[in-house]
Design a protein. Structure first.
Length: 75
């Protein structure tokens, strides 16, 4: 199933390093799916912050391996 949400490589990773992230992110189309993925890790990943953009939109910031961060724009 194709994820209808845009996935951007803002870190400028080479395609071979970004491809696994793109594959993962295509499976996540809800906050529940993101949280389920975070809790599958041992130890579980924890969000660094949840920033309100307005009354409907939030940015969920998740630190991941290799010093990178995933930032989800949730509406």
């Amino acid at each position: 199933m194709s994820n209808p949400f845009p996935i951007e490589n803002r870190a400028g990773l080479a395609e071979e390093r970004f491809a696994p992230w793109r594959t993962l992110l295509r499976t996540q189309s809800s906050v529940k799916q993101i949280l389920d993925w975070m809790f599958e890790h041992n130890p579980p990943l924890a969000p660094a912050d949840l920033l309100a953009q307005d009354e409907f939109s939030h940015d969920l910031i998740v630190p991941v391996r290799e010093g990178y961060w995933l930032v989800y724009d949730c509406t």
